[in-house]
Write a protein that binds this ligand. Sequence first.
Ligand SMILES: O=P(O)(O)OC[C@H]1O[C@](O)(COP(=O)(O)O)[C@@H](O)[C@@H]1O
Ligand SMILES: [Mg+2]
Ligand SMILES: [Mg+2]
Length: 335
Amino acid sequence: MNDKLALPVGTTLDRFIMRKQEDFPYATGELSQLLRDIALAAKIVNREINRAGLLDVTGAYGNQNVQGEEQQKLDVIANIRFIRALRNGGEVCAIISEEEEDIIQTGNTKGKYIVAMDPLDGSSNIDVNVSIGTIFSIYRRASETGCDGTLEDCLQNGTRQIAAGYIIYGSSTMLVYTTGHGVNGFTYEPSLGEFFLSHPNIVTPRTGNVYSCNEGGINGFPEGIKNYISYCRDSGYSARYIGSLVADFHRNLLKGGIYIYPSTAKAPNGKLRLMYECNSLAFIVEQAGGKATTGTQRIMEIEPTELHQRCPLVIGSAEMVDKVEEFMKAEALIS
Ligand SMILES: O=P(O)(O)OC[C@H]1O[C@](O)(COP(=O)(O)O)[C@@H](O)[C@@H]1O
Ligand SMILES: [Mg+2]
Ligand SMILES: [Mg+2]
């Protein structure tokens, strides 16, 4: 292994990013700066979340977002913090956010990057002190002429991500990201104000015995998914569902397992958003050796047509995702 990659635990995120930069001498450092901007916003949001019960930042904001979902105060705060950090950083020309209907123009027309983000994931868990997160994807600007915020610039499929990551605000706060060369995780040390490399080169187990799915909606699931869930039960697998995608995903990434949010009777295209939930985690899981599909199609190959498009998500250990696809194919043959 390249010596530079064998970094000791104790390496700060900044140092890690810098060393990676040294491996690409012709890179300009703009992506590195962008990752640092995200880490800065994460620290600020982490501080707000940690004091959530003490400050007036819990509860509903009194508004609905573009998805028709009730915004929580922390959804709004996280959205503002991340947008501000990305705008001030100067590397990003446009932002797609779950909390904003349209593309956000940062004013940095020369910025090379586009960020798609879910500023706060799992917001129904904020007020009950359960893990929540932030999810992001980074794309290179598509047009050569400078960003004018066109959909063409922003609607790129997941294979064109150049980096993706998430922050989990949990029993500790972690930032996990990939730039397409494996996955690394950093744990936040609040008294030092630094993220430290704690989970170098994350590889997800090939299989597992945990399935994460909101089974309350099972009557409206496709037959193939219903049959897979029966298979999980018959096999004695454990069911674990937090209701924060980031937290459910993170556990399965480290321990092995599968997360399923299929199409349902209520949500025929599934609930999760392609551009800033599914693609980001799909890139990470693939880089860690796992898989992400809709049950029939690789997530990262879906051509987006809308900023806030939804899709079914089956993600996790490769052998478990393969098994779901077998059940979906069997269903297709019958019907
Ligand atoms: O309550 P449900 O239908 O199981 O939905 C839970 C899912 O919805 C989400 O909360 C959607 O994310 P937001 O909180 O960002 O809207 C996921 O994090 C989670 O996995
Ligand atoms: Mg979300
Ligand atoms: Mg959200």
